[in-house]
Design a protein around this ligand. Sequence first.
Ligand SMILES: Cc1ncc(COP(=O)(O)O)c(C=O)c1O
Ligand SMILES: [Zn+2]
Length: 410
Amino acid sequence: MRDFIFQCVGCGRRYMPGEIEYTCPECGPVRGTLDVVYQRPATLIDPYAPGLFRYRNLPFQAKDAGLHVPVGWTPLIDAPRLASRLGVRRLFLKDETRNPSGSMKDRATVLALARARAMDAPVIAAASTGNAASSLSVLAAAAGMQAVIFCPRSVPRAKLAQMLLFGARVVRVAGNYDQAFDLCAAAVERFGWYSRNTATNPFLAEGKKTAALEIAEQLGFGDIAGVAVGVGDGCVFGAQYKGFAELYEWGFIRRMPRLFGVQARGAAPLVQAFEAGADLVTPMVPDTFADSISVGVPRDQVKALRAARRSDGAFVAVSDDEIRAAMGLLAREGGVFAEPAGAAGFAGLVRLADQGRLQADGTYVAIVTGNGLKDIEGVMSAVGQAPVDVQPDVDMDSLAGVLKDLVSQV
Ligand SMILES: Cc1ncc(COP(=O)(O)O)c(C=O)c1O
Ligand SMILES: [Zn+2]
């Protein structure tokens, strides 16, 4: 463990590690989420440390997590065809689908595992729409720890398959994510498990912020005009702000990127709060096919709103069809297979470009947070064509007939 303190985002009170574990007792679990605060490290990078542990502004080191599965240091993919579609100088895709469980959540899970190990906690629990749960299942198995998952009934089968195969105990709640979250929080309290619940666990954002650190490093610490990512609870988004803000305050980058949080229109409480200038959201009943961001009560709303406001960014709402179109473009012109929530960030950039809100000479990044294989139903709803069905003895002329409008060389 390295030196750090906690600071409440609501009241600014500072706490020593050990004094509290999850949220500020004065401000409660919504207003009182915690930042992990460090001194500026003399050097930012340890080039020999595996994956995301290359950064020294983290509470734990690789050895604390006890994992032999590398997490982070994912590719930043240059996407010139998509850049020209957006009318910007450069667009990069941060391909988080390459993490061990196929989503960005692995970044958070490794730090939670390190903390649970330090506390000698054998059981670690999480409520999740799927990715945090599959991440916890995969990495807890690798670390030899037991995972207990609370997920909503609607969890996609592929994510459920990951959880079950890796040995997690899965409690499927006949309700939505928000209800699963509350049930998990009560169980954690009752049974004394370590909680990997988003927002209330301050270390999760520390893991997720490493995507921002990597993006900055992979672009040579040069100027970035904007970064967009899909938003459900707001933890991923708030964490990108934390990562870039540390680099900016410590002088590693000269300019803070504008951060764009993208929500599905049917689950957009943060968009509403941002536009209304409110400091808390009005809960809504979520309705979107992008299950990973189908959240009506964002748990990390305070940090999320802070991220958009302090970075001169914005929250953007996109329709499910805009997300479907973005999935197709990312696949065909970007080379990345995204699940619906994973494509939301790019969908937001498309919308901002259409509104003339992107800088033509700017460099932009869309974070692709989760793999398309996790939600095949969602992907199938986005494909624009059906397979061509033929018999094995079809003659070549007939085959040419069906393919002539589909393939350029027939
Ligand atoms: C693929 C994917 N994208 C985006 C998000 C949004 O993250 P957050 O809930 O921290 O806003 C999630 C969260 O589950 C996710 O799984
Ligand atoms: Zn407080």
